[in-house]
Structure formats: structure tokens, C-alpha cells
Design a protein around this ligand. Structure first.
Ligand code: URA
Length: 231
């Protein structure tokens, strides 16, 4: 995979050393600066999307609504080819109402940039829309209450590929209990719509275990290869 200068910078930010053959990078710089961004559809003009957003905001199906500041619906492009699915909002996300805005979010942004994607271009959501207290793992009954919302989001967005970040996202999305170390490196399918799913480590885990970033880079490259084979 040829990497432009921007991607090389983000890989460096991710803490991954890359070998780059000596060459004149002028063309890469021009390509990186001249990236064309397709307009982002936030869904604001789509009644069914906004109605789902309102349903989520008013949700009291499980106990988590009692401790939340606000729900975290998801963010990004409703026309996205890529959907990124994480676990649940943390403290920062609960405060700001947007997924992946804390330290893990910054690393996620860098991971996306490394494969040439802008945060605004993709759609980012979580298995749960409300923050579990103390950031504990989601409970099965909470996942059951919330999964219809994510299911509807996936059905409306119809992404070409889903990147599941972390064990909780991967296991709940695919209804398996396989350890994440065994899941990565394989292509899965989200049954409704036969959407390919690639699993990688959660950025919060990568912050704690930077030695695993190289594996997550391999996962991202695999995801990009699958995506490129579809378009
Ligand atoms: N971790 C997640 O899985 N999702 C978020 O939105 C933030 C942190």
C-alpha cells in the first residue's frame, strides 16, 4: 500500500514506525493537500433519521438513562461507506453527546487518517447510546434494549464496510463470544445486508498497549483492501 505524507504522519502519531523508500514526495504532498471531500449528509433533512434520533434521546428502556447527561446517538455522514462501531460512551462522550471525543477518540481519528479517511466522512456509533457507570462493560440486557437503534442506523446508512473496534463491539455485533485476538485478521459479515465486518483493537486498549498498534494497522489495511475490492 503506497502511503502519502499525511498517512505517514498519522502512522507516526499512532506510534508505528514505517519503512519508506527514499523518493521525492512532492506528488504525495500535492495529492494529500488536494484531497477531495464529498459533502457530508448529517441526516438533518431526513425525517426517519431525525425521528430515530429523537427516540434515542428520549429512551428510558434500561437503567442507564438514569445516570446519563445525554444520549450519544452517533456522528458523521449518513451516506458513509464506512461505519465505525465502538462500545459505549465514556465520561467525555456523555458530556459532549458525541462518540469518541476523548483520548481514545483522538487515536481513532489518527487511525482513520492513516487509511485516508476523515472522521466526518464515516459514521461513528456505539453498541450502547448511554454511558455505563464507571465505564463498566455493557450488560446483556442493556445491549438488548439498545441494539434496535444501532440496527436501524445500519439499515439506513447501508455502509459498505463496518469496522468494529474492541471486543465488546465485535462480540455484540456478530453475536459471538470469540476472544478479540482470534477475531482479528478475519472477514466477518453483518447478517442484515451482508455487510463485511473487520475487527480491530479498541483505541483505549491501544493507548494502554502501544505494542499492539502494529496489529491494528494490519487490520486497517485489511479493511481497506476489502473496501477497495467492493467499490
Ligand atoms: N469508547 C467507545 O467505545 N466509544 C466511545 O464513544 C468512547 C470511548
Amino acid at each position: 500500500m503506497g502511503l502519502n505524507i499525511t498517512q505517514q504522519c498519522y502512522l507516526q502519531k499512532m506510534g508505528i514506525d514505517i519503512y519508506v523508500p527514499r523518493q521525492d514526495h512532492a506528488a504525495d504532498v500535492v495529492a494529500a493537500i488536494g484531497q477531495v471531500h464529498t459533502p457530508v449528509d448529517t441526516g438533518i433533512d431526513r425525517p426517519e433519521w431525525e425521528s430515530l434520533r429523537k427516540q434515542v434521546a428520549a429512551c428510558t428502556k434500561c437503567e442507564l438513562h438514569k445516570g446519563r447527561i445525554q444520549t450519544v446517538f452517533g456522528v458523521g455522514n449518513v451516506n458513509a461507506d464506512w461505519m465505525i462501531i465502538g462500545e459505549a460512551p465514556g465520561r467525555d462522550e456523555d458530556q459532549q453527546g458525541e462518540p469518541f471525543v476523548g483520548r481514545a477518540g483522538k487515536l481513532l481519528n489518527a487511525m482513520l487518517h492513516a487509511i485516508g479517511l476523515q472522521r466526518e466522512q464515516v459514521f461513528i456509533a456505539n453498541i450502547l447510546k448511554c454511558r455505563p457507570p464507571g465505564n463498566r462493560d455493557p450488560r446483556p440486557e442493556e445491549v438488548v434494549c439498545c441494539e434496535g437503534y444501532l440496527k436501524q442506523q445500519i439499515a439506513m446508512i447501508k455502509p459498505k464496510i463496518i469496522l468494529a473496534v474492541g471486543r465488546i463491539a465485535a462480540q455484540n455485533l456478530l453475536k459471538v463470544d470469540t476472544p478479540i485476538g482470534q477475531m482479528r485478521g478475519n472477514r466477518y459479515e453483518y447478517p442484515e445486508g451482508n455487510i463485511p465486518v473487520v475487527v480491530t483493537y479498541h483505541p483505549a486498549y491501544l493507548l494502554r498497549s502501544p505494542g499492539e498498534k502494529r496489529k491494528s494497522w494490519q487490520d486497517l489495511q485489511m479493511a481497506m483492501k476489502i473496501y477497495n475490492s467492493l467499490i
